[in-house]
Structure formats: structure tokens, C-alpha cells
Design a protein. Structure first.
Length: 274
């Protein structure tokens, strides 16, 4: 498991009142867009960002939004009736720059296209807040079999010379028509034909975890349908703003945009504090 450094022990000792008083330790630094794991025996509940949520496999697993500003993030948990606290420091945005050249019609939006994008953004935003029982486990199942190398999560995009929003998902270039698979059990919360995402499927897995599958050539599920982990939800395509066939796979967890690779990989890949 990825450790966050020797200062963590000092930070926890101070937070829990253990040991003799000493100089305050700096909290460990984490990257925006990551996930932090805080494990311990008998964890009953977890808190971060004003939200309380149940532990996952005995640990508080906290997503950190890609666009969260640098600064401290307070964590808390309950054990045996006690409240324990810690903090991490969200570091500066340090992802690479990706330069793209696209047709002007895909970048310089007409008033009609802009209104469409804004409407689609509102439709997606309503998906981030509903809560429900957790229906997933980590690691998530890969959305492609086999899963090729890919990603570019967090890359700061410069399109036709102008800075744009950072890339909030992972891109996997595979042939047109390759089956796209659900990452976990869940309910299809939205099926849409979007300006940017093309044919897109959004699946709600409970605990405010939403997975997104975009640029599909076809959709094989309907809104409200329950799906199982590994079940086909569509096929790879190049619909929407895409220069070729690929899958854009994104994850929102409790509203935070996080790197899907962390949830698809082994537990050891997730930064851990102790």
C-alpha cells in the first residue's frame, strides 16, 4: 500500500493526544484527484468534507476532487464511541499538459450548442448527490476486457491553443465495437446523447459512486435498469467530441472526480495513512 510518509505517525499522535507534547507535524501531502485510505480496527463511521459515510472493508476511503484547491482536508472517524481526527494537505495541481487540435465547430460553440452543453451539465450534476446502499467492492471491474494502457487523467488540456478543463476520466483506445462492461453492480441512472460525450451511460453503484462510459457506438441498457458487475452496457465508438474510437471511463465518488486507475487497481495503489 502506498504510504504517505513518516510524518503521519506524528500527526496522528497529536490528533489523538498520544505521547508527550512536541512540535506540530505537517500533514502528509496528497494529489488532487486521488483517493486516500485510512484503515483501523473497529471503524464505525467516517467523515470528510462535511459528509459522513460508512467504512469500506474496515477503512475510511476518501476521494479528493481533481479540482479541489490546494490546502488542508480534515478527516474524522468513530471507533468505540470515540471521535478520532487527522488531516491531509491537498497539494498543487501538477498534471501534465495535453495539447490537442480539433475542428473549430467542436471547440467554438454556437449559442445553441452552448445551451445544449449547459443543459447536459445540469442533467449530470443531479446524479452526484443521491445516496443509497453501497453495491460495489474494490477494486472495480475493468470496463474493457482486456483493459489496455491508457488514461491521461488530470491532464491539463490546451485545445487549439486555448486552456480548457483538465481531463476528468481515463481514455482507452480500442477498436470500434469492443464491448464496454459495467464496473460493478448498479442501476443505470442516465442514458444520453451528449455534445461532448456522445452516446453515454451513467451507472449508480450506491454510496454516491457513479461510473461513466462515453463515446459509445451503441448503448445496450436503459435508464432504471439494474446491471451486474461485468455486464455489457454498450460498445466502443467515436460519438460526440472524439477524434477516433475510444472509451472515456470516468468516476465520480461523493461528487469528487477521481482517477479511475486507483479504483481499478490493487489496494496497495491507494495512498494510505496510518
Amino acid at each position: 500500500m502506498t504510504r504517505l510518509g513518516p510524518l503521519v505517525a506524528l500527526a496522528f499522535a497529536a490528533a489523538l493526544g498520544a505521547g508527550a507534547p512536541g512540535p506540530a507535524a505537517e500533514p502528509p501531502v496528497v494529489r488532487p484527484g486521488t483517493v486516500v485510505r485510512w484503515a483501523g480496527e473497529g471503524v464505525e463511521w467516517c467523515e470528510a468534507g462535511g459528509l459522513r459515510f460508512p467504512p469500506l472493508d474496515g477503512a475510511c476511503v476518501v476521494p479528493v476532487d481533481l479540482l479541489r484547491k490546494a490546502g488542508p482536508l480534515a478527516l474524522a472517524r468513530g471507533r468505540e464511541g470515540r471521535r478520532e481526527t487527522a488531516s491531509v494537505l491537498v497539494g498543487p495541481f501538477d498534471y501534465p499538459v495535453q495539447k490537442l487540435t480539433l475542428p473549430r465547430s467542436m471547440v467554438e460553440l454556437s449559442p445553441e450548442d452552448l445551451a445544449r452543453v449547459q443543459r447536459e451539465n445540469r442533467e449530470m450534476a443531479r446524479l452526484w448527490t443521491p445516496d443509497g446502499p453501497r453495491r460495489f467492492r474494490l477494486p472495480l471491474a475493468a470496463p474493457l476486457d482486456p483493459l489496455p494502457a491508457g488514461g491521461r487523467f488530470g491532464h491539463r488540456r490546451v485545445i487549439n491553443g486555448s486552456p480548457r478543463s483538465p481531463h476528468g476520466g481515463a481514455d482507452y483506445t480500442v477498436p470500434q465495437g469492443r464491448a464496454v462492461l459495467a464496473a460493478a453492480d448498479g442501476t443505470v441512472a442516465l442514458v444520453a446523447d451528449q455534445f461532448f460525450g456522445g452516446n453515454a451511460v451513467f451507472v449508480d453503484h450506491g454510496d454516491r459512486l457513479i461510473t461513466m462510459y462515453m463515446h459509445l457506438s451503441r448503448v445496450d441498457v436503459a435508464e432504471g435498469q439494474d446491471v451486474k458487475r461485468g455486464e455489457r452496457v454498450g460498445a466502443v465508438g467515436s460519438t460526440g467530441r472524439a477524434t477516433g474510437p475510444h472509451l472515456h471511463f470516468g468516476v465520480r465518488w461523493r461528487g469528487a472526480r477521481v482517477d479511475p486507475a486507483l479504483l481499478l487497481g490493487p489496494e496497495e495503489a491507494i495512498p494510505s495513512i496510518e
